[in-house]
Design a protein around this ligand. Structure first.
Ligand code: MLZ
Length: 274
């Protein structure tokens, strides 16, 4: 798969080490995803985990599924790994003596639920049980250490998995901090959360990964690029078309290290020949 981020180089530059695979409740090699868009399954309602609902696969990303509960709106989609213990083939709930429930915020009258259920399942493509994977057994204790790198789901933008660092460790919790985002997306989670992954998981599983500080990086690069324009014009004695904001006495912007894969085409602002 196409990768724009070079973890090895980033680890070297940041003088940091990845959290070992044994810290995570993740399979050593990411599970295969044979789910297709439109397939139906049973899922625990994330907003009401005591109820099992019918869910539809809205999209797939690597080993993850974007799910929407049937009868709910499109504002409460959620993501699950194909080896999540919170998803099952249709029929599992009944087999274990439970009853399918309407999702929290069911858009119709509760009395219409049995008929809705019938209609939503009639002729539906049900995900076959063989494509569900067994959830891995997690580590017995919290083995994370402060400073270790990982890949983590951004809970505010749950389709994203981003480069992150263990910011703190407390009992069975770790503080996930996102590199370059000044704390805005950080969160605490259990050491055996399914939302955290070892370094390299995205590349291995074919899931896209958001590299650090793309937004900040962009702004800095833009200012460096402008600075370079000004200084080149002076040193080569090319008459510069001065823009009103061009102030050559202004100090240069702070140095920045850009971590791009060698094969990455960076666009017009990046000179990849240097
Ligand atoms: N564009 C969005 C996504 C930010 C993603 C951060 N991930 C750690 C924003 O700026 O809110």
């Amino acid at each position: 798969t196409f990768q724009t981020f070079d973890w090895e180089e980033y680890l070297r530059e940041t003088k940091s080490i990845p959290a070992p695979q044994s810290c995570f409740k993740q399979a050593p090699s990411p599970p295969v995803n044979d789910f297709k868009i439109g397939m139906k399954l049973e899922a625990l309602d994330p907003r009401n985990v005591t109820s099992t609902c019918i869910a539809t696969v809205i999209s797939v990303l690597g080993p993850r599924l974007r799910l929407r509960l049937d009868g709910s709106d499109n504002k409460n989609d959620f993501w699950r790994l194909v080896d999540s213990s919170e998803i099952h083939p249709i029929g599992h709930c009944e087999k274990t003596g439970g009853m399918l429930q309407p999702p929290l915020g069911f858009r119709m009258n509760a009395s219409s639920w049995p008929m809705f259920l019938l209609k939503t399942l009639n002729g539906a493509e049900m995900a076959p049980s063989k494509i569900f994977q067994k959830e891995p057994i997690g580590p017995r204790s919290n083995n994370f250490q402060v400073g270790q790198k990982l890949e983590a789901v951004d809970k505010k933008n749950p389709q994203l998995i981003c480069t992150a660092t263990v910011g703190a460790v407390k009992n069975d919790q770790i503080h996930v901090t996102f590199d370059g985002w000044r704390g805005a997306f950080d969160y605490w989670c259990r050491y055996d959360s399914r939302d955290i992954f070892p370094v390299g998981w995205c590349a291995k599983s074919g899931h896209p990964m958001q590299p650090p500080v793309l937004n900040i990086l962009y702004k800095i690069l833009l200012s460096q690029y402008r600075f370079k324009l000004r200084t080149t014009a002076i040193s080569s004695n090319i008459p510069d078309v001065q823009s009103p904001e061009a102030d050559t006495s202004a100090p240069p912007p702070p140095p920045v290290t850009v971590h791009f894969h060698k094969t990455c085409q960076g666009g017009p602002l990046f000179d990849t020949t240097q």
